[in-house]
Design a protein around this ligand. Structure first.
Ligand SMILES: [Zn+2]
Length: 159
């Protein structure tokens, strides 16, 4: 595994301020192709301990009522009034894919969304969270879940 090449991501941030803000995150994570059938995923470059803060899900706050009318999947509901629109590419957390058996979960404090590890994660592993039923029904179910747990189930049950 010594020849694994990490994708360079820093050219995505032409804005100096944004670049400075995310530089710490960029050194800790890498976006690269995820499992078959999925797009990019977010991978950690270092070991993370269970319970540790991983990355914040950032974006602009919009009213949840308005968010419900939008078609993007990069919306994270904070409460019934506010939703974070995480569609900006500076929001690394948007690259975290759904899993039915995730290694991270979101914790909401004071209107901000913190992604934290729910088990020990090794360097090189892909980060995942369970985005919940609503997200699953809208974005995952139509083409089938490609997460590690469901992929294994497909192989063992569907024949
Ligand atoms: Zn799944």
């Amino acid at each position: 595994m010594g020849s694994m090449s990490w994708e360079r991501t820093n050219t995505d941030y032409p804005n100096k301020t944004a670049q400075k803000k995310v530089s710490k995150s960029l050194s800790s994570f890498v976006r690269r192709k995820s499992r078959r059938g999925l797009g990019l995923g977010l991978f950690t470059k270092h070991d993370i301990r269970s319970g540790e803060f991983v990355v914040e899900y950032t974006g602009s706050r919009i009213p949840t009522k308005h968010a419900d009318t939008l078609k993007t999947r990069y919306l994270f509901e904070v409460d019934e009034d506010w939703t974070v629109d995480g569609s900006s590419r500076t929001n690394l957390a948007r690259y975290i894919n759904h899993s039915c058996n995730p290694n991270c979960e979101a914790e909401i404090h004071n209107g901000r969304i913190y992604i934290c590890a729910v088990r020990n994660i090794k360097a090189g592993e892909e980060l995942s969270i369970d985005y919940g039923e609503e997200y699953f029904d809208e974005f995952i179910r139509p083409s089938g879940c490609k997460c590690e747990r469901c992929a294994v189930r497909d192989l063992t049950v569907d024949r």
